[in-house]
Ligand binder design. Structure first.
Ligand code: HEC
Ligand code: HEC
Length: 352
């Protein structure tokens, strides 16, 4: 079966045409996500990207590094409903995990960025995230840190410190944040004892009640880049799919119009880029607004608002046992040393 046939199988699951529920649309996570031709990986570039990731000087106030919200010692998020950026500014969306993010074809809950590189540029200049007024301001700041300049010149001999180069280094690092090798992947590779009987029952239920019509393939978020969709083309689904439920009112699930905010096209109202389900037990609270505190409630809501189905308590437990098998093996993350400017700060003027 070729790649587009696999995608069509996903679509036929979506349409409920009773297609064979093979294990096919559920491939194990590949060791490496796709690497764009214009930003090849190198050890030095990844190391530089890692330093930038942990460096709070990337935020205007010097208070937030990427890791402040995307905590790589844990689930790659912050455990809060919505983000708190510089100067205590609250956002409106739940922090997404960066573990396995590189397998997505578009970024953010509403798919507003086509690549990791593009996502960074909009994110770092977002007033509610890091609030850098424009790329040049960050470039000037980094260019005043001699040890960084040396590294940029070595990794990007043609451009040195530039907004593009910062985006590229950070994206290269993010493409290493993958968690293959968890119980579910070992199970798919033939180790029948890698997951419990309850988890197997949960997976069957997940397929039978048709969660898998949207949550399929390696990240349970639909197609990965370069197969049925190219990088920059999103896989979007409606949420809530069946409007007007009590859940929708209680958790304000339909307040944010999702992709519509980007395109202003009515067809995109309440459409969301499919989130992945890997490591989902580690990333509570749930949904784009972080309104739902427990995974059990999130699963019940999904069944009701997406599929008009009431799950039994046993089915919910089984599905959660299955979702637990999606927790992968995490690479060890050591906190890097950052270049310091001897005897002076580059944060002057922004330290109130
Ligand atoms: C103040 C908290 C905060 C900080 C700091 C922060 N982020 Fe985020 N990040 C978020 C939130 C919130 C979202 C979801 C945004 C949305 O969908 O509107 C997000 C989404 C993302 C995504 C999209 C993930 C996906 O699955 O589509 C990437 C990639 C990302 N951030 C990378 C970074 C990088 C790199 C940095 C450092 C330069 C960073 N973030 C700093 C809060 C933060
Ligand atoms: C019609 C497509 C569709 C179906 C069917 C579906 N989902 Fe979802 N799922 C989504 C979308 C879209 C989101 C993101 C919703 C949001 O927050 O905007 C989501 C989010 C989730 C989340 C929360 C992820 C997070 O990081 O916050 C979980 C857990 C989940 N789904 C599990 C399930 C389960 C279990 C089922 C079956 C009972 C299911 N889904 C059925 C489309 C679907």
């Amino acid at each position: 079966m070729n790649a587009s046939a696999v995608f069509l199988l996903g679509i036929s699951l979506l349409l409920g045409s009773g297609a064979v529920y093979g294990a096919l649309p559920f491939d194990p996570l590949p060791e490496q996500p796709p690497i764009p031709a214009d930003n090849p990986q190198s050890e030095e570039k990844i190391g530089l990207g890692k330093q930038l990731f942990f460096d709070p000087r990337l935020s205007i106030s010097g208070t937030h590094s990427c890791n402040s919200c995307h905590n790589l010692s844990a689930g790659g998020d912050d455990g809060r409903a919505v983000s708190v950026g510089v100067y205590g500014r609250k956002g409106s969306r739940n922090v997404q995990t960066l573990w396995n993010a590189a397998y997505h074809t578009v970024y953010n809950w509403d798919g507003s960025a086509k690549t990791l590189e593009e996502q960074f540029k909009a994110h770092v200049t977002d007033p509610r995230i890091m609030a850098i007024p424009e790329g040049r301001v960050l470039v000037d700041r980094i260019a005043r840190i001699p040890a960084y300049v040396k590294q940029f010149n070595a990794v990007f001999p043609d451009e040195g410190v530039s907004f593009d180069a910062i985006a590229k280094a950070l994206s290269s690092f993010q493409r290493t944040l993958n968690t293959p090798g968890g119980p579910y992947d070992r199970y798919l590779r033939g180790d029948r004892r890698a997951i419990s009987e309850q988890a197997k029952r949960g997976f069957d239920t997940f397929v039978e009640v048709r969660c898998a019509s949207c949550h399929f393939w390696v990240n349970f978020a639909g197609p990965i880049p370069g197969v049925a969709l190219q990088q920059g083309e999103g896989f979007y689904e409606l949420f809530p799919n069946h409007p007007g439920t009590d859940y929708e009112r209680r958790y304000r699930l339909a307040d944010d119009q999702g992709r519509f905010n980007i395109t202003q096209d009515n067809i995109d109202r309440r459409k969301w880029r499919m989130p992945g389900l890997r490591n989902v037990v580690l990333t509570a609270p749930y949904f784009h607004n972080g309104a739902v505190k427990t995974l059990a409630e999130a699963v019940r809501i999904m069944a009701k608002v997406q599929l008009k189905t009431e799950l039994t308590a046993q089915q919910v437990d089984d599905i959660i046992a299955f979702l637990n098998t999606l927790t992968g093996e995490f690479p060890e993350i050591t906190v890097p040393r950052l270049p310091v400017t001897a005897g002076r700060t580059v944060m002057d003027g922004y330290d109130e």
